[in-house]
Design a protein around this ligand. Structure first.
Ligand SMILES: *Cc1c(COP(=O)(O)O)cnc(C)c1O
Length: 375
């Protein structure tokens, strides 16, 4: 017998890498599977980004600013105008996507002998950060309507004393936003034991919240163990640039500097993000259209008799299907790619342009005709 090759960590052997199927535009012209903004950056933003990257290219022989002070200052200014009053550059940290930001949080605050905790169904990357940092993973459960039972959640935190609690708001894949009292209650619970835990509110979809749903950014001054993560991948229409960030107590940002790789944010990324932030109003300009399209999609799906989760995000979880894979495949066969994710029987569709959503509705009706009724 030859030894196992390559000599992978035992707990990683046989595991498929995470990732939604990526089909070409010929295979699936309507791509509604990874919650991207369907509207690309404006011509003005594109030109400014190209110019900024051109300027950065002149000094690519040099390492970039390791502390990316200019970008942190610009991100703080952006947050200051969008719910995060008083956020300063020392309170901001960024990396290549908010996935990297959260991995860095687990590298710094998780680890062997420590616990990371969330409530399922939730983002499938969270247990992977825990696995990769050898942090114990604990998953509580959401209620039938995907909301959090606050007393049970608090109880679980007190019992397991996690070092990091990961709470997406709105949640992926359900679209459920957290009420501010949930964040407050869990921050207080996680501050009540030694040495305490961080509560990370992942607001990747924060900009799509319905009116009246506040951002956890507003609670930052009250809880020093609160971390709010954001990304330029979704509402900001910049998934390809890979830029995510957080706002938190400056001591938390300082601690992450211990685990980050040297010069992790390239000069090209920094220039791209800075240029994009100068065009924030344009890049975010379609968010209201997408929220309206989302609400119409929820209404239409309910009219067809589907079960639909309330959504504060740019996607909708709907079901339930006895054979969801057959429905997913039926849509792919008709050129529409959505996501097979979430609890058994449910599917998730990202909100696209009106034309894309019309194609989705037609493909779904045709598919259901030939496969099944909602279970
Ligand atoms: C898309 C998404 C992110 C953002 O990922 P990036 O790495 O910033 O592209 C973070 N959290 C959740 C729950 C997401 O769905």
């Amino acid at each position: 017998m030859s030894p196992v090759f390559p000599p992978l960590r035992e707990e990683l052997q046989g595991i498929e890498p995470y990732g939604a199927p990526q089909l070409s535009l010929e295979q699936a012209p309507v791509q509604l599977n990874v919650n991207e903004n369907p509207y690309g950056p404006s011509p003005e933003a594109t030109a400014d980004i190209a110019r900024a990257v051109g300027e950065a290219a002149v000094s690519l022989n040099r390492y970039p600013d390791r502390e990316f002070v200019e970008l942190r200052t610009a991100l703080a200014a952006y947050l200051d105008t969008s719910g995060g009053t008083g956020v300063t550059a020392e309170m901001v940290w960024a990396a290549n996507g908010s996935n990297e930001v959260m991995l860095q949080l687990l590298q710094a605050f998780g680890g062997p002998g420590r616990v990371a905790l969330s409530f399922a169904p939730t983002y499938s990357m969270y247990p992977e950060y825990a696995r990769d940092t050898m942090t114990e993973w604990v998953a509580g459960h959401r209620a039938e309507d995907f909301s959090l039972d606050l007393d049970a959640a608090r109880q679980l935190v007190l019992e397991r004393q996690p070092s990091v609690v990961l709470l997406p708001s709105p949640n992926n894949p359900t679209g459920t936003a957290l009420p501010p009292e949930a964040v407050t209650m869990l921050c207080e619970a996680a501050a009540s034991y030694e040495p305490g835990g961080l509560v990370v509110v992942d607001e990747a979809y924060g900009e799509f919240r319905r009116a009246g749903t506040p951002s956890a950014l507003e609670l930052l001054p009250r809880h020093r163990n609160l971390v709010v993560t954001r990304t330029m991948s979704k509402a900001f229409a910049l998934a390809g640039a890979r830029l995510g960030y957080l706002a938190a107590d400056p001591a938390i940002c300082d601690a992450i500097r211990v685990v980050r790789l040297p010069y992790h944010l390239s000069a090209v990324t920094q220039a791209t993000a800075l240029a994009a932030l100068r065009h924030a109003p344009e890049l975010l300009g379609r968010v209201d259209d997408l929220r309206a399209e989302r609400d119409e999609t929820v209404t239409w799906l309910r009219e067809q008799g589907f079960e639909v989760a309330d959504s504060d995000a740019n996607f909708v979880l709907f079901g339930r299907f006895a054979d969801r894979h057959a429905v997913w495949q039926g849509l792919v066969d008709r050129g529409v790619l959505i996501r097979e994710t979430g609890p058994d029987g449910w599917l998730r569709v990202s909100v696209g342009t009106p034309d894309e959503m019309a194609a989705f509705r037609q493909a779904l009706l045709d598919t259901i005709d030939t496969t099944e009724e909602p279970a």
